[in-house]
Design a protein around this ligand. Structure first.
Ligand code: PLP
Length: 344
């Protein structure tokens, strides 16, 4: 879906009602491919426009889909900025020459993990937030069925979770690729794939987007979802009967990232977005829209609701290796052949 957000002067005064024109890409507008929740994407576009006067045409897509689209458009790029979603697909895009290097003056204000994404991508991507992978589960449904909440990856294999787990497809979803790479790093590649094979009968669906399992768990359509836990916190705060957990064996995490598309037609505006998106003022828009990641600017306050990475047993996720084009393609092909094929 492409949405161009325009703010009328009256709306600015009222501070609320917005004129949103669907699929009208405003001439000269900055085009942003946004990888997080729609509400946060929209709030970023509105705030940027209010701050700079630059119009924003915004499309929300999952990370793997954005990579495919940027690649398909590489001869005539339509987007200027890729903002949000796990960093591994951006590392692959950087390697494929789809992104443009930019050294923002804001870099010095960022946490080392955000700068590490910048260095690994040779200056073509940067960290904007971080968040850990884990489970969301429906507390009411578990109670009704007298099932103990999952605490470990191994718990998902319990008989009572047969066809009760949901996760996304790693080809389209950045969340699900992080899961795939996490299991391979945590258990070793062959044992990781054995685990995913055993997990397959427990799955009720591989969704396109990484947030979908959180929505499904909130509504009791699945008992458990494998997600970035900040997406589960959002559902909890929205009043759904859910809770989140991070696996006892250890878990992976994402460096949510941003980049400028190679050949961007609105380069000056793209740089303005890039610098602005790294400011505390822009990063606070996340918490204001119920997105509870850890922001990358050291001065940005961490929303009190955000799961603290220091409280979680994190693996030493090898972004360099699992973000390379060859490794991503190889693992995704193996997943298609050995896991996805089992559902046909
Ligand atoms: N939405 C939010 C809030 C996220 O933090 C992330 C990951 O960065 C995603 C969505 C990723 O979406 P997908 O797994 O569909 O690529």
């Amino acid at each position: 879906m492409t949405i161009s957000v325009k703010i009328s002067a009256a709306a600015l005064l009222l501070g609320s009602s917005l004129f949103v024109s669907v699929s009208a890409q405003a001439a000269g507008a900055l085009t942003v491919y946004c990888g997080v929740q729609e509400e946060w994407c929209q709030a970023m576009a509105v705030s940027f426009q209010r701050t700079t006067g630059i119009q924003v045409a915004l499309t929300r897509k999952s990370a793997g889909e954005t990579l495919a689209q940027v690649r398909a458009e590489s001869n005539n790029p339509k987007a200027d900025i890729w903002w949000g979603g796990p960093g591994d697909p951006q590392l692959q895009a950087s390697e494929e020459g789809l992104l443009q290097a930019y050294e923002s003056p804001m870099l010095k204000e960022l946490h080392p993990w955000a700068v590490s994404q910048f260095k690994q991508s040779k200056g073509k991507s940067v960290g904007i937030y971080a968040g850990a992978l884990g489970f969301i589960y429906n507390v009411d449904e578990l109670k009704k069925r007298n099932i103990a909440a999952p605490k470990c990856w191994s718990d998902l294999l319990r008989p009572e979770f047969k066809a009760e787990v949901q996760a996304a497809n790693p080809n389209s979803s950045g969340t699900a690729y992080t899961t795939l790479a996490t299991l391979v790093q945590l258990f070793g590649e062959d044992d990781g794939f054995s685990y995913m094979k055993k997990l397959h009968p427990q799955m009720n669906q591989y969704t396109k987007s990484g947030i979908a399992p959180a929505n499904a768990a909130a509504r009791g359509e699945t008992l458990v979802g494998i997600i970035f836990i900040h997406d589960g916190v959002t559902q909890k705060i929205n009043g759904f009967p859910v809770d989140v957990a991070t696996p006892c064996e250890g878990t992976g995490y994402e460096i949510g990232s941003m980049s400028i598309i190679n050949g961007a037609k609105n380069l000056d505006s793209a740089k303005k977005w890039y610098d602005w998106a790294l400011t505390p003022a822009a990063q606070e828009i996340a918490g204001q829209n119920k997105s509870y990641q850890v922001p990358s600017n050291k001065k940005s306050p961490i929303p009190p609701e955000a799961p603290r990475l220091s409280d979680i047993r994190l693996i030493d996720y090898n972004f360099q290796k699992y973000g390379t084009a060859d490794e991503r393609k190889r693992l995704l092909t193996r997943w298609d052949n050995e896991i996805r094929a089992a559902s046909n």
